[in-house]
Design a protein around this ligand. Structure first.
Ligand SMILES: [Mg+2]
Length: 194
C-alpha cells in the first residue's frame, strides 16, 4: 500500500512552507526555529523550549501529535509512505527529522502531484494508493488526468481523502478524528491483504 500525504495543512496545523519562506518572526522561539531551519541545524537539548514550540505550533497538542505519529508509523509499517508537497524538500525533511518521523521519500513541487500519483499507480497496481490532501483541486487534477476515485473502482484502488469534502471548510490539518480514521483504514487494509 502506498500512502501519499500532502504536508502543509494536512500533516501540519499551520503552513510550514510559509513560515520558513517568510521573514523571521520577532518572538524568540519563532526566530530561533526560523534560524535553525535555514541553517539546517537540529534543535539540540539546549533549545528544548524551541523544539516544544515547533511541535505544538505546527503539529498541535499532545493528543494530535500522538495520533499523527500512530497514523504515519502504521502506514510506514504497512507499505510505502510518500510526502507530496508544493513546498521545499529540505525544509520538510528537517521537520520530519525533528519529529523523528520516518517516511520513505519526499517529493516537492518539481514533480507535479498528478504525475507522481499516476506513476505510483502504475507501479503499485492493483494495490491501494491512499492520497490525503487538504486541497480538493489536487484530487480533481488527478481525476482529470484519467484516474477515477475509489467509488468507481471495483478494486478500491485509489482512496482520496479530501479534507474539504470531509469538513466543508478549509481545514487546519488532519484532526485527531481524521487521523484515527486513517489509521484504522490502513490497518484494515493491511489485515485484508495479509
Ligand atoms: Mg496542503
Amino acid at each position: 500500500m502506498y500512502t501519499v500525504l500532502d504536508f502543509d495543512l494536512t500533516l501540519t496545523t499551520e503552513h510550514w512552507y510559509a513560515f520558513v519562506q517568510n521573514a523571521p518572526p520577532t518572538d524568540a522561539c519563532g526566530a530561533a526555529l526560523h534560524a535553525a531551519v535555514h541553517n539546517n541545524c537540529p534543535l539540540s537539548e539546549a533549545t528544548l523550549p524551541v523544539h516544544d514550540y515547533f511541535v505544538r505550533r505546527f503539529f498541535g497538542d499532545e493528543e494530535r501529535q500522538r495520533a499523527l505519529r500512530t497514523f504515519v508509523e502504521t502506514a510506514y509499517a504497512s507499505g510505502i509512505v510518500v510526502i507530496a508537497s508544493r513546498g521545499n524538500t529540505d525544509d520538510i525533511q528537517w521537520a520530519l527529522r525533528e519529529l523523528s518521523l520516518r517516511v520513505h521519500c519526499v517529493f516537492d513541487h518539481r514533480t507535479p502531484k498528478h504525475t507522481l500519483l499516476q506513476r505510483l499507480c502504475v507501479l503499485t497496481a492493483p494495490t491501494h494508493v491512499l492520497y490525503v490532501d487538504d486541497v480538493a483541486d489536487e484530487h480533481r487534477t488527478f481525476v482529470d488526468h484519467g484516474h477515477a476515485p475509489d467509488e468507481r473502482d471495483p478494486d478500491h484502488q485509489y482512496v482520496f481523502y479530501d479534507l474539504h469534502g470531509q469538513r466543508g471548510r478549509r481545514a487546519r490539518g488532519l484532526s485527531v478524528a481524521d487521523l484515527c480514521w486513517l489509521t484504522d483504514y490502513v490497518t484494515r487494509h493491511s489485515e485484508a491483504r495479509a
